[in-house]
Design a protein around this ligand. Structure first.
Ligand code: A2P
Length: 358
């Protein structure tokens, strides 16, 4: 069953839930940049932000408190949710009941069999079978899969070993502020305070993102395992991740090792990456050119480089990828899903071609 089918229109009624957050603000930035066809825009956040004003495309909008009735009689077509899992679980069903399609950034519904989990460059076809909710995958998983997909299509990827280098902004606006404060306090010779992370992040790396599970992996690491299988529709693929927080403000990077059915030469991999959507190859090590957070931050594309044959194992390739996890890992991916919904609606309602036409 497919509820809340989007009908083709000139412009759409859009709601953003979590409009004051880091991802919420980036939603607005990207919607403006891509000239997304918006008829009406409703912005929701917590009670704390009620009445706050936001300017979008020269018009001032007032933030409203999110309630169970927020979507009633609003005729909202698409609701972009990024206010955390608890809010998604509680309010997304109300948005769906009121007729909206929810694109949800949280992990609340990602592994629900009724909910598609979509990276537009990887499994765009999955937006077609939603029941009112479509999930946006975990940020590190999205960034990895944009690069994994062209390799996978050439020769099936059986195993992935990945270590991530994740920026402070991935833990939210307050976490980013904590790192900045640690820099200021250290420079002033003051004591450093720690709240959002398990340890001081400044001058440190912390191999701990999300909570530890019985198998020794963290929740974030298991997201990469489970979500990769769902997005690729491949129960056989195995992803072993070690997720690490580093003292960088924006963009996540990942050291990825893939084992494939057939060997893929670095030259072939480079060609596959160059022809893939959403990727930019930066791979000139002799010229000191490779992907870095300072290269990928605030960019839509993910940057891939350090492409080389693994010298320890057969049919194994190494590469390094860096991507802005607030953009491609969250806000941009969700907006691309909304754009897919719109282009599917337009295709469904397109006039039939004449017999002689092409
Ligand atoms: P608010 O700014 O009013 O707290 P971030 O992850 O960057 O901290 O952003 C979280 C977003 O989710 C913010 O827009 C925040 O709004 C929103 N949010 C948090 N809790 C709630 C809630 N109970 N109801 C609605 N929005 C919420």
């Amino acid at each position: 069953m497919n509820v809340n089918q989007l009908r083709s229109k000139e412009a759409y009624n859009l709601a953003i839930v979590g409009a004051t957050g880091a991802v919420g603000e980036t939603f607005l930035n990207i919607l403006e940049q891509r000239d997304f066809p918006i008829k009406t825009l409703k912005l929701y956040a917590s009670k704390r932000s009620t009445g706050k004003q936001v300017t979008f495309k020269g018009t001032t909008y007032t933030i409203e408190e999110l309630t169970e009735d927020s979507f009633k009689d609003q005729d909202i077509d698409i609701a972009l949710f990024s206010a955390g899992g608890a809010q998604s679980k509680k309010y997304a069903p109300h948005a769906v009941e009121a007729g909206a399609i929810v694109v949800d950034n949280s992990s609340a519904f990602r592994l629900d069999a009724e909910v598609p989990l979509v990276v537009p460059e990887v499994n765009p076809e999955d937006v077609a079978w939603h029941n009112g909710i479509i999930s946006n995958p975990n940020c590190t998983t999205i960034i990895m899969l944009v690069a994994l997909k062209p390799l996978y299509d050439y020769s099936r990827v059986k195993q992935v070993f990945v270590s991530t280098y994740q920026s402070a902004s991935g833990a939210g606006a307050q976490a980013m502020e904590e790192l900045k404060q640690q820099v200021r306090d250290w420079s002033a010779g003051k004591d450093i305070s720690v709240n959002k992370f398990a340890h001081q992040l400044l001058y440190n790396v912390i191999p701990h993102i999300d909570t530890f599970q019985d198998n020794g992996y963290t929740g974030e690491e298991m997201k990469m395992f489970n979500e990769t299988r769902k997005i690729l529709h491949d129960e056989e693929i195995r992803v072993s991740a070690t997720c690490v927080r580093i003292p960088v403000l924006y963009s996540h990077s990942e050291s990825v090792t893939v084992v494939t059915d057939e060997p893929i030469s670095p030259e072939k991999a480079r060609e596959l990456f160059e022809n893939a959507a959403g990727l930019e190859v930066t791979d000139n090590p002799q010229g000191c050119e490779y992907p870095m957070p300072l290269v990928s931050q605030f960019q839509d594309n993910c940057y891939v480089g350090r492409i080389r044959k693994n010298i320890a194992a057969e049919n194994t390739l190494n590469f390094w990828i860096s991507g802005d996890q607030i953009r491609k890992g969250a806000a941009l991916n969700a907006i691309q899903i909304a754009e897919l919904l719109i282009s599917n609606a337009q295709r469904t309602h397109a006039p039939l071609k004449s017999a002689s036409g092409f």
